[in-house]
Structures are given as C-alpha cells and as structure tokens.
Design a protein around this ligand. Structure first.
Ligand SMILES: Nc1ncnc2c1ncn2[C@@H]1O[C@H](COP(=O)(O)OP(=O)(O)OP(=O)(O)O)[C@@H](O)[C@H]1O
Ligand SMILES: O=c1ccn([C@@H]2O[C@H](COP(=O)(O)O)[C@@H](O)[C@H]2O)c(=O)[nH]1
Length: 240
C-alpha cells in the first residue's frame, strides 16, 4: 500500500527527540514544533494516535546497569513517558488540537486510563489520543507499546519518528557508510537483526500486517512529507 493511502496512523515519537539540542529532558520549543507537525497531519485528514518514548528522561536498561532493580527501573521509564505525553498534549492543545492522554498505568488524577473503546470514541470525535506508559509492563519498550496500540486501534500503519531517516544495513550512528533501505520485509529486519526497533514490536506488526514507516522527526516538515509519500523513510512490510 502506498504511504499516502494510510488514513489512521499510530505515530511513535522518540523521547530522545524531545530533548531538542539538549542532553536531557523536554525542550518546550521542540515539543511545540513536533505538535505543529502532528496538527498538520491531522489537518491533512489523518486520524492520529500517538505513543511517546521516554529515552530523554529514563530508560530501564540504563537504570538496571547502574544497579536499580530492572522491573522498578522499567516502571520509572514508563512514568517518564507519562511526563512526555503530558508535554506533547500541552503543546497540541495550545495550538487548538483536541487531545486525550490515556495511560496503561492508571493514574486517575493525571489522565484517563487506557480503555480501547473509549480511545476509539475519541478518534471518532476528531481528537488525537496519546497513549502513555507503554504497555504498562516492565521488560517492554514503547516501540512494543506502539505496535500493540496500533493493532488494537486497527491503525493502517505505525510511523516511527526517530533520529535516523530510515532503516540501514547497520546502525548508521556507528557505521557511517551504512546503506539505507527504501523498503524491506519484516523477515529481513528480524533475520538480519536490524536494531532500529525491538524484535517484539516488529513481530507484532508482521503478524498483524501493520507496515512500519521509519523516518526522521528531527527534520522539520518531514512527517507531512512522508505522509504524502515524499521525503526520506524506510517502509517495512510483509512481502506480497
Ligand atoms: N539498522 C539500523 N538502522 C537504523 N537505525 C538503527 C539501526 N540499528 C540501530 N539503529 C539505531 O536505532 C535508533 C532508533 O531507535 P531507538 O529505539 O534507540 O530510539 P527511539 O525509539 O527513537 O528513542 P526513545 O527510546 O527515546 O523513544 C537510532 O538512533 C539508530 O542509531
Ligand atoms: O511497555 C513498556 C514501555 C516502556 N518501558 C520502560 O520505559 C522506558 C522508556 O521507553 P523507551 O521505549 O525506551 O523510550 C524503557 O526503557 C523501559 O524502561 C517499559 O518497561 N514497558
């Protein structure tokens, strides 16, 4: 399917990208810029679900490496994604985009709990739904959370907005002359152990036939371009 034909999309926003030029945390200007891109995608007629990562604040694996209990560290990471979700919500609402945040870890005073049918209703009403706290379970990532929600919400595709412009034959941050693919199959990503997304997320998308589009969200205007079938990205999908 051509990228421009995707109607309902799940956009996974890298937490790290929200740091902007900083080394940690949330840069409000970057949040506003990303929100503007989401608003433009909505104006172009797409239904949007968002999942925000937490790498700008806390990653469970990094915490465990420093001595935290892994499960506790993962819960800390999930809480970080709630902060990011609220920041993105704030930026979206300031430019008039109606949103709801739903968390996989219920926190009634902060946002709604995740209720699939309610999320569906929000989309029908034209709201952007931001899914926070990943899957709600430790030992997972927000990429897997994004794949799970994309399947539950019957999204046409999962867009991974990250800091690289697609999937390469090796990590382009470590191998400068790595080659980018325009398209490739889920089986190739898994078979070649290409690490742009974790294997659980890739398998979930493969089994539910949800294409993954990897693109650079740091490039201004790129989300709209990629949604029009332009711009640089890699599309991962099942072979026909
Ligand atoms: N074969 C590959 N092709 C492209 N990128 C790759 C590859 N292997 C590893 N990577 C790395 O994957 C990273 C993107 O995935 P990662 O899960 O680290 O970030 P994210 O999901 O965007 O961030 P966050 O955890 O902050 O939400 C890129 O920065 C890139 O360096
Ligand atoms: O389902 C999930 C999702 C996330 N986590 C933890 O949160 C951090 C931040 O998420 P990223 O995907 O790395 O941006 C992650 O490192 C995990 O520690 C989780 O446990 N379960």
């Amino acid at each position: 399917m051509a990228v421009s034909r995707f109607n309902r999309i799940l956009l996974k926003l890298s937490g790290e990208v929200l740091m902007g030029q900083g080394q940690f945390g949330i840069d409000p200007a970057t949040c506003d810029r990303v929100a503007g891109e989401v608003a433009a995608a909505k104006e172009a007629g797409h239904e949007l679900c968002l999942v925000v990562g937490g790498g700008n604040i806390f990653r469970g694996l990094a915490g465990a490496a420093k001595g935290f209990d892994r499960a506790s560290a993962d819960y800390m990471g999930m809480l970080a994604t709630v902060m990011n979700a609220l920041a993105v919500q704030n930026s979206l609402e300031r430019i008039g985009v109606d949103t709801r945040v739903q968390s996989a870890i219920p926190m009634a005073s902060v946002c709604e709990p995740y209720i699939r049918r309610r999320a569906e209703r929000h989309l029908e009403k034209g709201r952007v739904v931001i899914f926070a706290a990943g899957t709600g379970n430790p030992f997972f990532t927000t990429d897997t959370g994004a794949a799970l929600r994309a399947a539950e919400m019957r999204c046409d595709a999962l867009f991974k907005g990250t800091s690289v412009d697609g999937v390469y034959d090796a990590d382009p941050k470590k191998v400068p002359d790595a080659t980018r693919y325009n398209t490739l199959s889920f089986d190739r990503v898994l078979g070649d152990n290409l690490k742009v997304m974790d294997a659980a997320a890739v398998s979930l998308c493969r089994d539910n036939d949800i294409p993954i589009v990897v693109f650079n969200i740091r490039d201004e205007g790129n989300l709209a371009a990629v949604l029009r079938g332009e711009g640089t990205s890699t599309i991962v999908q099942n072979d026909d």
